[in-house]
Design a binder for this molecule. Structure first.
Ligand SMILES: NC(=O)c1ccc[n+]([C@@H]2O[C@H](COP(=O)([O-])OP(=O)(O)OC[C@H]3O[C@@H](n4cnc5c(N)ncnc54)[C@H](OP(=O)(O)O)[C@@H]3O)[C@@H](O)[C@H]2O)c1
Length: 326
């Protein structure tokens, strides 16, 4: 398959301190790339320590300040980069105004970043981290037809169920596609399902803390996931790099290994790790969901997904190492 170049150039990763971005930066540095990571607070040494510990970081990583809500904030970070990986996005609504907290930063923030990218004459491709929630949140799914990249979630259903994260990711991705078309920009999107695996940041992100909760016996937070696809964090990072490096990559790429109902996941985990008090019952918030994912687009590129056991084994190992599990 056609590759951009044998020598690894300069790339930018937004939201560098995050769960997914940190692992992506690890793999990019290992591959020989020069990486500019954006963070909101470059002075927060504690939050960024894990990045400076990565192999190659001292020689080939630089961290710069950028905020999604500031126009032009990413100009400096992306200038001179051939590739931009846009992972930064709010994933948690703490307060009462989802529009301000999650929709605006996702949509306006993505457009701010793309406007900065447009000013960079060296840019070859932008890889945007979207989400499988932009595909599966709909009430007209035929259980016999696996969902692929042609599927888009329903705005009305997201609003009705107040699924602000799914709505934000979908509107941000759609805005990015429109911008790319209008500005002739090479954009590829990656749509991971629920990401599981070792966390490089010491402080667990929203989803990783929910996995920890599940292992400790909490049913409430996980019950909201209902039926869900799962994917290993290393597969998510490798997928971003593969679609960046493969010149012929086009459009959206669903990145998901296994789809399970939460009681199926819990049964599997309870059998594999009988020493954890994994809950057996979950409240059903959405009624019956019946969907599968068709990830053949990625698999045709030679991509192989790690299984559910490996992602949880690696995740649990890291939770022990970081002291989150006794
Ligand atoms: N985790 C999953 O299961 C999953 C699944 C599908 C897709 N995704 C997508 O993967 C990406 C990364 O998520 P994650 O799980 O790694 O979450 P995370 O650890 O919370 O990382 C999110 C990052 O976004 C940054 N961010 C948030 N608001 C920002 C703003 N206004 N300006 C600049 N940066 C901002 C945060 O920066 P600070 O460090 O400054 O707070 C953080 O680094 C997101 O796009 C998410 O939608 C995640």
């Amino acid at each position: 398959m056609e590759k951009f170049s044998a020598t690894k150039g300069k790339v930018c990763v937004t939201g560098a301190a995050g769960f997914v971005a940190s692992w992506l930066i690890r793999r990019l540095l290992e591959s020989g790339y020069y990486v500019t990571g954006t963070v909101r607070d470059p002075g927060d040494g504690k939050k960024l320590a894990h990045l400076w510990e990565l192999e190659g970081a001292r020689e080939r990583l630089r961290l710069v300040k950028a905020d999604l809500m500031e126009d032009g904030s990413f100009d400096n970070a992306v200038m001179g980069c051939e590739g931009v990986f846009h992972t930064a996005s709010p994933v948690y609504v703490a307060g009462s105004d989802p529009k301000v907290e999650i929709l605006d930063p996702a949509i306006t923030g993505t457009l701010n970043l793309l406007r900065s990218c447009k000013k960079n004459p060296f840019l070859k491709r932008v890889v945007l981290t979207s989400s499988s929630s932009t595909v599966r949140t709909r009430d007209d799914i035929d259980p016999n037809l696996p969902l692929d990249e042609t599927s888009w979630s329903s705005v009305e259903l997201c609003e009705k169920l107040q699924l602000w994260y799914a709505l934000a990711k979908m509107l941000a991705e759609k805005a990015a596609w429109e911008f790319a078309r209008e500005n002739n920009m090479d954009l590829v999107t990656v749509l991971p399902s629920f990401v599981v695996g070792p966390s490089l940041p010491r402080q667990l992100c929203f989803t990783a803390s929910h996995v920890l909760g599940l292992l400790k016996g909490e049913a409430e937070r996980f019950s909201w996931y209902g039926r869900m696809g799962y994917v290993h964090i290393d597969d998510v990072a490798r997928c971003h790099i593969l679609v960046y490096e493969t010149g012929s990559a086009r459009g959206r790429y669903l990145c998901s290994s296994t789809v399970l109902d939460n009681h199926e996941l819990a049964a599997l985990l309870a059998k594999r790790y009988p020493f954890f008090p994994i809950p057996a019952r979950f409240e059903a918030h959405y009624g019956k969901q019946d969907y599968k994912f068709d990830t053949s687009k990625l698999q045709y590129m030679g991509f192989k997904f790690k299984g559910i056991e490996e992602m949880f084994d690696d995740c649990i190992q890291s939770l022990y190492t970081q002291g989150h599990l006794p």
